[in-house]
Ligand binder design. Structure first.
Ligand code: NAP
Length: 491
């Protein structure tokens, strides 16, 4: 049997694509999901303190507003519920197959369709392949000697064991990224003692969070336009931060410097000890690495039961962590807040072989990471790769998802109008787009700021900031509905 489309991934990206397919009248598709339930990031991540740090009026589908968010920034469990609600409302569950690990996909030139290989040997076929595997979906274990030898509890934040009891325990956290910033205050309250191993400090600004007043929720429900206004205002603010502070660093450095000052003042307000402040202060430009928002992260380090360790880790032993100065910190539990492998294990998350056996992962690595409009690649007919280089625009993932839904809509409508069965982006269009993003990045903090010490996952192994699309989200959404249809070849 050949499906019209196979979607790999049942997170918000995959569900957005599925909703768009249904709007186009395409219902003959399946969604293959590695995990045992839907929701992607919000199913997998269950660590204490998990919340979104983009306000929920913005971090949700614009066409499916939820007036009932309990907080301005929804907690993880609420986002998972929202994902379930979307799946039910748009009748997506019956398309989903869980515990289905896709290993690879191959373009079958003779049949003009994709053959998708599932772990266990099953083969599925489809006309279109849409990979929605996310950016932060391959947890990274630190390459520290002895990490496998630790005898106590080991938890990666993206593989949290709900039964793990850290109350009253001696706990070590490795990592100080956005995840750790949420987790550390929680662990500080629970653990007998917490040692935080920091390699690179992170910029943290205040998080203007609050419980949504009942009256506001009722207003959002009764008059949806009010929530749309809140969304527009909040999205515009995020956009200003991103466009002025990060992408147009050359022209608007002052915004970037201003954000760094806000973060430094936040640190000063929460931590009196100048030496501790110094150790928590980044030495790279704001925005080189994803900044974070928290009201209780810095304060956690002022507790008697919390220690910040900045000496490099030498190795992990069965009982704890040895630093390069020979000291051992003995702990009962080790929490790895060490993030995700974006540039080796992801991009693409599965093996994808296109026309003439062209291997997408190898091609990206041997040339440059690239994708036309962050979604299509020459040599890969009928493939839409949602988690592609230069695809992420804005701060909320939903702005990217919805732009990609529009691109999919315009493209597949054209395929149908022409009575075609295949589409493939043309080389010159792809090259032009790559040239355009490359040029625009010249103005960004990634090129002009001081990013060398940031160790940011925005940069790939070639030193290119190839994740973010260097344009406003407005520009992205406009491009999604106006890109030249002749940028694709149809057959
Ligand atoms: P991350 O930002 O990649 O941070 C990983 C941390 O682990 C870094 O501090 C890193 O240090 C450290 N680390 C990794 N390997 C290490 C090693 N061998 N030795 C010592 N330290 C090591 O990962 P994350 O915190 O999970 O966040 C990933 C992304 O998830 C965020 O940037 C954000 O986009 C997303 N996120 C979003 C939210 C939200 O609310 N929207 C919340 C949490 C996460 P170095 O910096 O020195 O490499």
């Amino acid at each position: 049997m050949t499906y019209q489309a196979i979607i790999v991934g049942a997170g918000f990206g995959g569900m957005g694509a599925a909703i768009q397919l249904k709007r186009l009248g395409i219902t003959d598709f399946t969604m293959l999901e590695r995990e045992d339930d839907l929701g992607g990031t919000w199913h997998v991540n269950r660590y204490p303190g998990l919340a979104v740090d983009i306000a929920s009026v913005t971090y949700s589908y614009s066409f499916e507003p939820n007036p009932w968010w309990k907080h301005w920034y929804a907690r993880g469990a609420e986002l998972k519920k929202y994902a379930e609600h979307v799946a039910d409302k748009y009748d997506l569950r019956r398309h989903m197959r869980f515990d289905t690990v896709v290993e690879g996909a191959r373009w079958d030139e003779d049949a003009q369709e994709w053959e998708v290989r599932v772990a266990g040997g099953e083969r599925l076929r489809s006309a279109y392949l849409i990979t929605a595997t996310g950016f932060l979906s391959q947890p990274r274990l630190p390459d520290i000697e002895g990490v496998g030898d630790f005898a106590g509890t080991v938890l990666h934040t993206a593989k949290w064991d709900d039964g793990a009891d850290l109350d009253g325990k001696r706990v070590a956290v490795i990592g100080t990224g956005a995840t750790a910033v949420q987790l550390i205050p929680e662990l500080a309250r629970r653990a007998e003692h917490l040692t935080v191993f920091q390699r690179t400090p992170i910029w943290v600004t205040p998080k203007l969070d609050f419980r949504m007043p009942r009256a506001v929720r009722a207003l959002f429900a009764r008059a949806p336009v009010t929530q749309r206004i809140a969304r527009t205002a909040n999205t515009a603010l995020l956009e200003a931060i991103m466009v002025a502070g990060v992408l147009h660093y050359r022209q608007a450095k002052i915004f970037n410097k201003g954000a760094a000052l806000v973060a430094k003042r936040h640190l000063r307000k929460q931590i009196a000890d100048p030496e501790l402040r110094r150790r928590l202060t980044p030495d790279y430009s704001f925005g080189c690495k994803r900044p974070t928002f928290s009201n209780d992260y810095y304060r956690a380090f002022t507790r008697d039961n919390v220690a910040l360790e900045t000496t490099s880790i030498e190795r992990i032993t069965p009982s704890g962590i040895v630093t390069t100065d020979g000291r051992e910190t003995t702990v009962d539990a080790l929490v790895l807040a060490t993030g995700f492998d974006m540039w080796d294990a992801n991009f693409p998350a599965i093996e994808i072989l296109g026309r003439d056996g062209k291997d997408l992962g190898k091609w990206w690595r041997s040339t440059r990471f690239q994708a036309y409009q962050g979604i299509a690649v020459p040599g890969f007919p009928n493939l839409l790769s949602l988690a592609s280089p230069y695809s992420y625009s804005g701060l909320s993932y939903f702005t990217t998802i919805e732009a990609q839904m529009k691109h999919l809509d315009r493209l597949l409508t054209e395929v149908r109008r022409r009575g075609a069965t295949t589409f493939e982006v043309k080389d010159p269009a792809n090259e032009e787009f790559l040239g355009w993003v490359t040029e625009r990045l010249d103005d960004s903090v990634f090129h002009l700021g001081s990013c060398a010490t940031a160790r940011s996952y925005y940069f790939n192994q070639h030193g290119e900031a190839a994740l973010l699309r260097p344009s406003s989200t407005l520009h992205n959404h406009r491009a999604a509905v106006t890109f030249p249809l002749d940028d694709y070849a149809y057959a």
